[in-house]
Design a binder for this molecule. Structure first.
Ligand code: 2AM
Length: 504
């Protein structure tokens, strides 16, 4: 029987929640999972607890699952990225018919998405790689969705994707909350748009994650300075984040940080221990930050702060080595700073300026990537669809949308007048915070590399003249001259070079 509007494969928590989100919006959804146990458990859960359960149809045989979906079929995959995605596509192919569309909602590497799109379109099917951000709650009540693929395939998927995406207020841009099972948000602007062809959606999702890495690292550095340099406890720091969440830093990550820091340890019944003080300081990572940094290196895009955030996690993971080294390698040990209010204010400025640089790097990377991979990205829209649903959602993103709406060809976010002024206003405090941290021996790699990016980008002259001379010296790599046109290359025969001593 052909009854389902859409199908979904992969019933781990993301798949289950996205299926329920789709059903809540009035669509009938067929679901399938490699192991039938999960399908059975899920449909049983739906029957018991979900108002939309009648629209969730579970199947044991993949052929029945596919047959149940209206043509052209739309089949969403939420299986493990990598080999599992290829295995699932291979299992589906024999049952598909012309123009059917597979939508990969997993965290695929964009080059895999390009490969899969090519292979499927050669067989008369369509493939959309869609970034899905917002974790389990986002999937259930409104994620940010970043689809890439052909315009025709997108036209077919668009109504459903628009319905299930996060919604923001059309005027304030703030995420509309309050959805409950069976009662999704009605109205508002959807946090989804066609990002581009083939791998564009997954690429943009990857950059989103790279930015998420640096956003989190910056927050951690601000926390570390308040804790170590100002001697504040977690609850006090949490209050600062709560205040920051009322201003220009307002964002999901600042909000949850305030919440986390004010939480006491549930394992301590006395309520006298802060939860965060009990968490081991070794960060994990799943790879999307690394992919962003690696691609930036490959394209020669200066995303140094994003890369720094990946390295900061790597360094944190060397817990035992750090503990051993802390007994050997000595740094300064200064008393706690007493000018608390002013320093907190300065740390807020350092955080905001560094954040601007981090986003400038992410968008600069996408500017280079679109040339490399033949996409036409709309940066204002990308910032817009990150306004709701996703982890980096923030008021700040509206400023980015405004910046690109004012000038679609903006070379760098820092050159938009709002951001230029913000950097000018904050930079003294930013420098002061880094100087203080350095004197105290507290690592602030993300604050520091963001500032190096700002100072590097605004330098008409960098010491690369000496670097080119060195390269020419040892490797005959040639150099350009400031008194000759660009593109004319010179080489000095260094062994024969007359050594003229300057009289200057
Ligand atoms: P499973 O329940 O049968 O393990 C997240 O792990 C999701 O990806 C699960 O739905 C899981 O199905 C699915 N998955 C993992 N590896 C898979 C594979 N090789 N083929 C199909 N689905 C797979």
């Amino acid at each position: 029987m052909t009854t389902a509007d859409i199908g979904l494969v992969g019933l781990a928590v993301m798949g289950q929640n996205l299926a329920l989100n789709i059903a809540d919006h009035g669509y009938t959804i067929a679901v399938y999972n490699r192991s039938f146990e999960r399908t059975k458990d899920f449909t049983a859960h739906c029957a018991a607890h979900e108002p939309s359960h009648a629209r969730v149809l579970g199947f044991e045989a993949i052929s029945d699952f596919v047959k149940s979906i209206k043509r052209p079929r739309k089949i969403v995959l939420l299986v493990k990225a990598g080999a599992a995605t290829d295995a699932t596509i291979d299992a589906l192919i024999p049952h598909l018919e012309a123009d059917d569309i597979i939508i990969d909602g997993g965290n695929a590497l964009w080059t895999d998405t390009i490969r899969r799109e090519k292979a499927l379109s050669a067989q008369g099917f369509a493939f959309i790689g869609s970034g899905v951000s917002g974790g389990e709650t986002g999937a259930r009540f409104g994620p940010s969705l970043m689809p890439g693929g052909s315009a025709t395939a997108w036209a077919s998927l668009e109504p459903i994707w628009r319905d299930i995406a996060a919604k923001v207020d059309p005027v304030t841009g703030k995420q509309l909350d309050g959805a409950t099972p069976g009662n999704p948000i009605a109205g508002g602007v959807s946090c989804t748009a066609h990002v581009g062809t083939d791998g564009a959606g997954h690429y943009v999702k990857m950059v989103h994650n790279g930015i998420e890495y640096i956003d989190m690292q910056l927050i951690c550095e601000a926390y570390s300075l308040m804790k170590t340099m100002l001697g504040m406890n977690a609850g006090e720091i949490g209050k600062v984040f709560e205040q920051w969440n009322q201003g220009k830093l307002a964002s999901f990550l600042i909000e949850i940080t305030a919440d986390i820091l004010q939480q006491t340890d549930p394992a301590d019944a006395t309520g006298n221990t802060w939860f965060v003080d009990k968490v081991l300081d070794t960060a994990g990572q799943k790879g999307t930050g690394m992919w962003t940094a690696a691609n930036a290196l490959e394209l020669g895009a200066p995303a140094n702060a994003i890369a720094e955030a990946v390295f900061a996690r790597a360094l944190s993971a060397l817990k035992e080595e750090r503990v051993a080294a802390s007994a050997i390698l000595k740094g300064p040990s200064l008393p706690v700073e007493t000018d608390r209010a002013n320093i907190i204010n300065a740390i807020g400025d350092a955080l905001y300026s560094s954040k601007i640089c981090a986003y400038a790097q992410g968008f600069q990377l996408m500017v280079q990537a679109q040339k490399e991979y033949n996409w036409t990205l709309d940066f204002g829209t990308i910032a817009q669809i990150w306004r709701g649903g996703c982890i980096i959602r923030a008021d700040f993103l509206q400023k980015i949308t405004d910046a690109y709406r004012n000038d679609a060809g903006l070379k760098n976010l820092m050159l938009d007048s709002y951001f230029t002024n913000a950097l000018h206003d904050a930079q003294n405090n930013w420098r002061e915070v880094i100087a203080l941290a350095t004197r105290h021996g507290i690592p602030v790699p993300a604050f520091g590399s963001a500032l190096a990016y700002f100072d590097g980008y605004r330098s008409a002259t960098l010491p690369a003249n000496l670097l080119q001379a060195q390269r020419d010296y040892f490797g005959a790599h040639t150099y350009e001259r400031i008194d000759a046109p660009r593109g004319e290359f010179y080489h000095v025969d260094w062994p024969q070079m007359p050594r003229v001593q300057s009289k200057m």
